[in-house]
Design a protein around this ligand. Structure first.
Ligand SMILES: [Zn+2]
Length: 253
C-alpha cells in the first residue's frame, strides 16, 4: 500500500490495512476562513492535511500503519466574519460531525482515529475536544496544550499567529503556488496577540486590531520555517498516537 490517503484506496486495500496490528486514521480538520490578503481560505485545512501526511509517513516508518482521511474543511469561524469568505458551522454541528466521524472510523475497525486541527478559534477547538472526549479510540493532537504549544515557533507562542509568518511558512512549504508573494512582501507586521485579545473578550479580527485579517509578520515567512514547523507538528501527532496505543512516544530510528 503506497498511498497515504485513505480515499485513494479500494475497499480490498482497506480490508488488508485493517488486518495490520495498529491501523490508525488521521483526520485533518480545518476551516473555510479568510487569512489576510495573501493566503487562501483553505489555509487551516491544508495545514492539517499536510501535517497528517508527514505524520503518517513517520508512523509507518515506526511500524504503525497510518492513513490520512479525507479532510473536513469546515468549522466554527466567527472571528473572521467581517471578511469575505468566512463560512461557519455552529459549534454544535462541528462537535456532532467530528464525533460521528470519529465513531465511524472506530466502528470501521481502526485502532485509533486522531483529530489534527489548525483552526485555533477557541469555540472550534472546544468543539473538537468535546467530540474526541465522547469517543473511545479517538485522540486529539492539540497544539494549544502546554505540552505541544511550547514546541512551536516564537510567533505561534506569542499568539499573533493568524496568517502571520507561522501559517504563511506552512502554506509556502506545502502549496507555494497558493501564496500571493507580491502581496505579502508589502504587509506591515501586526504584532497583536490573538490569545490576549480573546482573553479581553474581543470577538472579531477587526475588533482585535487587524484591519486586513492577518496578525504577525507574513513577510517573514519561509518554506524552510514551514518544513521545520511541519516536523514539529508531525512529532506531536506521532507521539499522541503512539502513546494512545501504549507504545513509546518517540520511535527508535
Ligand atoms: Zn489559520
Amino acid at each position: 500500500m503506497s498511498t497515504l490517503r485513505l480515499a485513494e484506496l479500494a475497499t480490498t486495500d482497506v480490508e488488508a490495512l485493517l488486518r495490520e496490528p495498529h491501523p490508525v486514521a488521521l483526520l485533518p480538520v480545518g476551516s473555510t476562513e479568510p487569512h489576510g490578503p495573501h493566503l487562501p481560505l483553505l489555509t487551516d485545512a491544508l495545514l492539517s492535511e499536510h501535517a497528517c501526511l508527514v505524520a503518517a509517513r513517520a508512523l509507518r516508518a515506526s511500524g504503525v500503519t497510518a492513513v490520512v482521511c479525507p479532510t473536513l474543511p469546515y468549522g466554527v469561524t466567527r472571528y473572521a466574519a467581517e471578511f469575505a469568505g468566512a463560512i461557519s458551522l455552529t459549534a454544535e454541528t462541528t462537535r456532532a460531525v467530528v464525533r460521528e466521524l470519529c465513531a465511524a472510523y472506530v466502528a470501521a475497525g481502526f485502532a485509533r482515529v486522531a483529530v489534527v486541527n489548525n483552526h485555533l478559534e477557541p469555540e472550534h477547538v472546544e468543539a473538537l475536544a468535546a467530540a474526541v472526549a465522547a469517543v473511545p479510540g479517538a485522540v486529539f493532537a492539540n497544539q494549544l496544550t502546554k505540552r505541544w504549544g511550547r514546541t512551536l515557533s516564537e510567533e505561534f507562542r506569542r499568539g499573533d499567529c493568524h496568517a502571520g509568518s507561522y501559517e504563511t511558512s506552512l502554506v509556502l512549504a506545502a502549496r507555494p503556488e497558493l501564496v500571493r508573494d507580491d502581496v505579502r512582501a508589502t504587509l506591515a507586521p501586526v504584532p497583536i496577540s490573538l490569545s490576549k485579545a480573546i482573553r479581553e473578550g474581543k470577538v472579531t479580527f477587526k475588533a482585535m486590531g487587524s484591519e486586513r485579517g492577518y496578525f504577525g509578520s507574513p513577510a517573514l515567512g519561509s518554506a524552510a520555517e514551514g518544513a521545520e514547523q511541519y516536523a514539529l507538528l508531525a512529532a506531536m501527532i506521532v507521539a499522541e498516537v503512539r502513546e494512545s496505543l501504549g507504545l513509546d512516544p518517540r520511535p527508535a530510528r
